[in-house]
Design a protein around this ligand. Structure first.
Ligand code: UD1
Ligand code: CA
Length: 476
């Protein structure tokens, strides 16, 4: 098999994005467009990938080199194109870095949704010896290069929209911007390019007529799914491709049996903060209501139910757990774990290092950070647990908090099994509440409470009999 070398054009400016960020670094499903394209190189088991950069080159190269170092299975190089004199000129910059024995697959850094099977078919059509074009039928071909065929149906050339005659503009089969070509043929053709055309650019597409003139057959692999070759030029197009990509992911999950209330209201993204790839791993009979956003790697055990509008990142939810609406779970780098049969939310917040055992209950407006809750522990209302170890069956009252931060350092709170913490308590860490102890409501606890004891720390209630409230003075 001929080795594959990928060439990705990413020098363009992307003016219509109106953004400081170079276009190919704009994110689709949390992942830069260019990285989606680099994934294609991995799918094709490419030997190497060359990215042609220009506008924002330093930024594009830095953002891509880091990601590639972590996961690439191929050699990655960057070649600068300055100034940008057209797609043919872009490919010319890469020629000195191409190896003669390879098949070059030309891709665009702003076309993220091409299916690996499509590129595979294109490479097969090239067969290591022909120029092969990926073409697509478009109802409105305005702006694209048209595929000009002879009377016998064979491809004769590509004519750019601006250079096309009225008759040629009526052609609806267009060049997608993606081709496969043997490297040894490419270099001599590129050397012959001129910029004698409507845009004064060196058109890569002019090599098609050169191949024909050399008596070489040109293959066209025609697809009908325009999405696969759609580029991003504006925020609107980016959003359209985002929805299309999310729908694909939703459909794949539904094929596995996951029940999404609405595949059009589902999002699964890479985690840009941690670099974690999007992965939603579901057991059987998982149900996900509308408007949920999953980020990074999320595992949902058998029978898990996720209510509407939850955001869940880098977390694992055990079998049978129910996450009620508007819950925010974010494990960031540390991860977050919800035990089997747990009940979370509505309006709960689990932060990095939240480790909940089986059948734990976390209710509305409860925040848990870097804390372990053993099986059956409950914090049902308006509470904070930070840097705490909570034993089995503990009941943590409404409005209670761990004061884990003294302004300089964080300290741990240990609450042993079967403890009952009343409402509105402050547990000033470091502090330990012994097994089976009770803390009276409204207490500020600064000293350990021994096992089995009642700890109370609050002003004593007094009753003053016959108390007269001040009366309102009559107006003068
Ligand atoms: C190109 C094709 C056209 C095809 C269309 C599909 C040519 C001459 N025309 O047109 O037949 O239908 O794509 O979208 O190839 N780029 C560089 N350096 C440059 C110029 C462009 O890196 O000097 C990059 C751009 O950033 C972009 C890609 O190449 O990623 C395509 O360039 P663009 O200007 O969009 O080409 P089109 O005019 O759309
Ligand atoms: Ca384009």
């Amino acid at each position: 098999m001929t080795p594959i070398d990928i060439l990705i054009m990413a020098a363009g400016k992307g003016t219509r994005m109106k953004s400081r960020l170079p276009k190919v670094l704009q994110r689709l499903a949390g992942r830069p467009l260019l990285h989606h394209v680099l994934d294609q190189a991995a799918h094709l088991q490419a030997r190497s990938a060359i990215v042609i950069t220009g506008h924002g080159a330093t930024e594009v190269e830095a953002a891509t080199a880091i990601a590639a170092r972590v996961e690439a299975t191929f050699d990655l190089q960057f070649v600068r194109q300055e100034p940008q004199l057209g797609t043919g000129h872009a490919v010319q910059q890469a020629v000195p870095h191409l190896r003669e024995d390879g098949t070059v697959v030309v891709l665009s850094g702003d076309v993220p949704l091409t299916r690996p099977s499509t590129l595979r078919a294109l490479v097969d059509a090239c067969a290591g010896e022909r120029l092969a074009l990926l073409t697509v039928e478009l109802a409105d071909p305005t702006g694209y290069g048209r595929i000009v065929r002879g009377a016998d149906g064979a491809v004769r050339g590509i004519v750019e929209h601006k250079d096309a005659s009225e008759a040629q503009r009526a052609i609806t089969e267009v060049y997608s911007g993606i081709m496969a070509v043997p490297a040894r043929l490419l270099a001599p053709w590129l050397a012959l390019l001129t910029n004698d055309n409507a845009q004064g650019e060196y058109y890569l597409t002019d090599i098609v007529a050169m191949a024909v003139a050399d008596g070489l057959p040109v293959a066209a692999h025609r697809i009908s799914d325009a999405l696969q070759v759609a580029g991003v030029n504006s925020p609107l197009q980016l959003a359209e491709l985002e929805r299309a990509h999310q729908l694909r992911q939703a459909q794949a999950l539904m094929e596995q049996g996951v029940r999404l209330a609405d595949p059009a209201r589902f999002d699964l993204r890479d985690d840009a903060r941690t670099g974690a790839r999007a992965a939603l791993v579901c057991g059987q009979d998982v149900e996900i209501d509308v408007g949920c956003i999953f980020t990074g790697r999320v595992e949902l055990g058998e029978g898990v139910q996720i209510g509407a509008h939850c955001c869940i990142a880098n977390a694992s939810i055990g079998a049978g757990a129910i996450v009620h609406p508007y819950t925010h779970i974010d494990g960031e780098k540390l991860g977050a774990r919800v035990g089997e049969g747990a009940l979370i939310g509505p309006y709960a917040r689990l932060r990095p290092g939240a480790q909940l055992g089986r059948e734990v209950h976390i209710g509305n407006f409860v925040e848990v950070k870097n804390s372990t809750l053993a099986d059956g522990a409950k914090a049902n209302h308006l509470a904070y647990l930070g840097d705490a170890s909570v034993g089995e069956r503990v009941n943590y009252g409404a409005g209670s908090i761990t004061a884990n931060y003294d302004g300089a350092n964080k300290h741990r709170t240990v609450i042993e099994a079967d403890v009952h913490i009343g409402s509105n308590c402050v547990l000033v860490a470091p502090v330990t509440i012994g097994a089976g102890a009770t803390v009276g409501g409204g207490s500020t606890i600064t000293k350990d409470v021994p096992a089995g004891a009642l700890g109370v720390a609050r002003g004593k209630q007094v009753s003053i009999a016959d108390w007269h409230r001040p009366a309102k003075q009559p107006k003068p």
